[in-house]
Design a protein around this ligand. Structure first.
Ligand code: N7H
Length: 469
């Protein structure tokens, strides 16, 4: 028998739909008095944004824009997730979730495996992380909205309830705020590329027929206890329709990255040095800053790809072209291709590793002093967040077995220069279309992890179970 239809009123909004945000705060907390915390959770339950509400918020904004509305609508959102240590502290038996070994160990214990920088052997590894992420983190509250005002309102509601419980329920370990970039950079991450284009389409949720591009995946790739979840049989009622959340605090070396592009222009007849540097950037990512994939515009950006395509579906309607040996069009090491190889792999294997990305940028725009010195002087980057029903097959696999592995997709291809971590190989190939096997060295990491944790985002009924247990 197939799964029952998705209950959008029972699924937290960020995983399936995505919370609307101009600004978003991740509040990492430790539980204090367990009884007080469960009361706090009960008080917060009515404010938790469901998938249904997140969809309604999106429709409201579309309607507002179509009606010629200007300005932003006040739309607060709130989601909540727990680490394995949080469930332990609460006395919740989470054995139906710790079947995922990454979730069970937590991200600090996984830092060596992920390739993060640090000291010591694997058994005593001490990553170079923000000390807050070396504390035990029990959970995270995600609050999102259209403005700082809206966020402040949500946070003061939480603080009000927390103080009504004499401040006993929890303590904040760290709070990080992210904001969408300003003006025409909206939607672009700090290196300058449009982000949030390719996420898995979910069977039973995406419209039918689906938009062109990669086929929809079973709901169990994202949600626990659904068809496609490897551990479906092990999930209990309360741990069904949730999703594991991976959070990574990723700093980006933006001036250094742009200097690297300037110094390594792709040399092709008819391309200026500036064009060659832009092409190098596009080949590192697999897309142009506009989001156009290099497969559809190999040598120059081509805005015509999305002409007459208001939903920009063309941006995701592509497969990697079959080319003998090392490809000339899109390098094997391009970030896009490394993290979702599409038709380079059998469909079911690729689908198993898909992740739903929901990050937001943090930190200021690059400042004049940084441009001058070609050096990062002010911290900025991505509050990377992604959802999946299995961290081992999802984020952990993509980072360690694909991005960091110089022999994936083929022997000697090199690492993903954007996110690749590790302490060994630091080369990648594929950038010179006339000699795609030519390797170049990365001068240092452009994305530097500074902490993170593995969480589980329960369904609404799961949250009630936790509050009432
Ligand atoms: Fe990536 N970037 O600017 O280069 N990412 N990413 N990512 N990423 C994507 O297709 C970026 C990170 C994936 O389906 C785009 O939506 C940066 C981590 C996956 O074709 C851009 C950082 C992991 C995809 C970036 C970062 C991934 C993807 C193109 C860190 C997982 C979809 C826009 C600061 C371990 C691939 C788009 C597909 C796309 C960038 C992190 C995974 C521009 C700067 C840690 C699966």
């Amino acid at each position: 028998m197939g799964d029952p239809p998705l209950d959008l009123n029972n699924i937290q909004g960020d995983s399936l739909v995505g919370l609307l945000k101009k600004t978003e705060t991740f509040t990492f907390f430790q539980i204090g008095d367990v009884k007080a915390f469960k009361l706090l959770l009960t008080l917060l339950l009515p404010f938790v944004t469901t998938a249904e509400q997140a969809l309604a918020n999106r429709h409201q904004v579309e309607h507002h824009k179509k009606g010629g509305g200007t300005g932003l609508i006040k739309l607060p959102s709130l989601n909540i997730a727990f680490s394995h240590f949080g469930f332990q502290k609460l006395g919740i038996d989470d054995k139906s979730l710790t079947v995922d070994t990454a979730f069970k160990s937590g991200q600090l214990a996984d830092a060596f495996n992920l390739g993060d920088d640090g000291k010591g052997d694997p058994a005593h590894f001490d990553p170079e992380w923000d000390p807050a992420f070396k504390e035990q983190i029990h959970g995270v509250i995600i609050s999102a909205g259209d403005s700082d005002e809206t966020l402040k309102d949500t946070i003061s509601k939480i603080e009000h309830h927390q103080s009504s419980l004499s401040g006993l329920a929890m303590t904040v370990v760290k709070s990080i705020n992210g904001t969408v970039r300003p003006g025409k950079e909206k939607g672009h991450e700090h290196f300058g590329f449009l982000d949030g284009i390719s996420n898995p389409l979910i069977i039973g949720f995406t419209k039918n027929p689906p938009p062109p591009g990669p086929k929809p995946v079973p709901a169990g790739i994202l949600l626990t206890g659904r068809d496609g979840d490897e551990f479906k049989a092990k999930r209990e009622l309360w741990s069904t329709d949730g999703s594991y959340l991976v959070f990574r605090y990723l700093f980006q070396k933006v001036p250094e990255f742009h200097n690297f592009l300037d110094e390594n222009p792709v040399k092709l007849p008819g391309l200026t040095k500036e064009d060659g540097s832009k092409l190098f950037g596009a080949r590192l990512v697999g897309r142009w800053p506009s989001g156009v994939p290099v497969g559809l515009a190999p040598w120059r950006d081509d805005p015509h790809v999305i002409e007459n395509d208001p939903d920009k579906t063309n941006l995701n309607d592509f497969l990697y072209v079959a080319e003998q040996g090392f490809p000339k069009i899109c390098p094997f090491t391009a970030h896009n291709r490394k993290t979702n190889p599409r038709n380079d792999l059998p469909e079911d294997i690729d689908a198993k590793c898909r992740i739903m990305r929901r990050g937001v940028q943090f930190g200021p725009e690059v400042q004049p002093d940084e441009k001058k010195e070609k050096k990062t002087l002010h911290g900025r980057g991505l509050l990377f967040a992604c959802y999946q029903s299995n961290i081992v097959n999802g984020f952990q696999f993509v980072q360690t077995q694909w991005a960091n592995d110089p022999d994936f997709i083929t022997e000697g291809a090199g690492i993903d220069f954007i996110i690749g971590q590790g302490r060994g190989e630091n080369f990648a190939s594929g950038f010179n279309p006339r000699d795609p096997q030519e390797q170049i060295q990365r001068p240092g990491k452009f994305v530097v992890p500074d902490g993170g944790e593995y969480f589980f985002t329960p369904s609404l009924s799961g949250l009630k179970h936790i509050a009432e247990s």
